[in-house]
Design a binder for this molecule. Structure first.
Ligand code: NAI
Length: 249
């Protein structure tokens, strides 16, 4: 882990129950930040928070579907009442509903756009006033290489992540004058529950096409998040960093 100091900072991480989101929340905590863990599954969220706190962290769970405007409003109020303000927001929650476009249902399209694109908009809007008041903040969006180069079977997902990239670039321009940086990370294939459903032959194909010859680990993404969250990254905004072992080079 990079020697990054986030003492006295408050971080919000969406989709913190497992995979990349849990690893990000745990890493931010180990760097000293207090962490608001957001998710939909109360039981898994409680386990994540318990694990972080048992390792000396200060984390609290907030149940919220990021695609639901009322739930996001209630969650952001509760987070701000608990922690006072927010310094770091990681929009990580995301889903896939893969299907060839010609067979894709309206629900498959709407669900993915709802969680992956409407979600970051709602959550960011809910916390941005807190950052504007402090004249400082870090917003880090977890996009995907699928949003940069496309991927057959993922028209909904690619569109959501490409939209998130456009959102990142635009709000970096809107918020820069308040010293708020906004960056995105575009992971390649990372070993989590999301990719566990992929067929072995596909995973092998990805490894073969990846210069570094392996899938990524959640820590590979968490380290990039820590960097964007740190003081060391204070002059970097509007950037999209592919963390993919060189796959899309
Ligand atoms: P995951 O499926 O293991 O975890 C997703 C998390 O988001 C879970 O905690 C889940 O409960 C939460 N979540 C889902 N819908 C939600 C909602 N409506 N409201 C609040 N929370 C919700 O996925 P993984 O692999 O950890 O992915 C995390 C992020 O990284 C996602 O945005 C994903 O699109 C992105 N990503 C992952 C890649 C991979 O290879 N695993 C590659 C590229 C991007």
């Amino acid at each position: 882990m990079l020697p990054i100091e986030l003492k006295d900072k408050v971080a919000v991480v969406t989709g913190a129950t497992r995979g990349i989101g849990f690893c990000v929340a745990s890493s931010l905590s180990k760097a000293g930040a207090k962490v608001a863990c957001i998710g939909t599954n109360a039981e898994r969220l409680a386990q994540s928070v318990e694990k972080i706190n048992s390792e000396g962290g200060v984390a609290q769970s907030f149940i919220c579907n990021v695609a639901d405007a009322d739930q996001v409003e209630a969650m952001s109020k509760a987070v701000l009442e608990t922690f006072g303000s927010v310094d770091i927001l990681v929009n990580n929650a995301g889903i896939t509903r893969d299907m060839l476009m010609r067979r894709m249902t309206n629900a498959e399209w709407d669900d993915v756009i709802g969680v992956n694109l409407r979600g970051p908009f709602l959550v960011t809007r809910a916390f941005v006033e807190s950052m504007r008041k402090k004249k400082s903040g870090r917003i880090i969006n977890i996009a995907s290489i699928s949003g940069l180069i496309g991927n057959a079977g993922q028209a909904n997902y690619s569109a959501s992540k490409a939209g998130l990239i456009g959102f990142t670039r635009t709000i970096s321009k809107e918020l820069g004058n308040r010293n708020i940086t906004v960056n995105a990370i575009a992971p390649g294939f990372i070993e989590t529950d999301m990719t566990a459903v992929l067929r072995d032959v596909m995973i092998q194909g990805v490894k073969d096409r990846t210069p570094l010859g392996r899938l990524g680990q959640p820590e590979d993404i968490a380290n990039a998040v820590l960097f964007f969250a740190s003081d060391q990254a204070s002059f970097i905004t509007g950037q999209i960093l592919a963390v993919d072992g060189g796959l899309i080079n």
